[in-house]
Unconditional design. Sequence first.
Length: 162
Amino acid sequence: MKVILYDLGPEYEDLIKEKCGRAVAADGKYAPCQGCFGCWTKHPAECFMKDKLQQICRVIGQADELVIVTKNLYGAYSAAVKNVLDRSIGTSTPFSTYRGWQMHHTLRYGKHELWKVVVYGEVSETEKVTFRYMAERNAVNDGFERSEVIFLKDLAGLEETL
């Protein structure tokens, strides 16, 4: 299943939904992660907060392909997208294992295909390097086989990148 996590306005909702199996709007209409780790231990893969992100661990955990559409924020995800990713920590367990000769948390849902980030807005060369590295590390940590980052100056080419 392809999941698209996006921080775009409601005018892009129809386009996003036709391109994936599940769309997650990073619209800020949810609470930020409280850091309780309950989604790791007390109620695995489910947040105790009863809002639209309560099941986000399961949604992202079952994605073969995760596409993140985000505005550039100093070489990183927008705050709204970062909040959603923070709430998805339950896609892994608190136990550790080696993947790629590095220590990582054990995956709750197994391996995935593609962690793809579509970045829009002004992006400097240094920020591009940072984004590529961050996407690569996020992909490894969350069990994705590969990562890809696409930079768009504006959203005119968005449809082709999804």
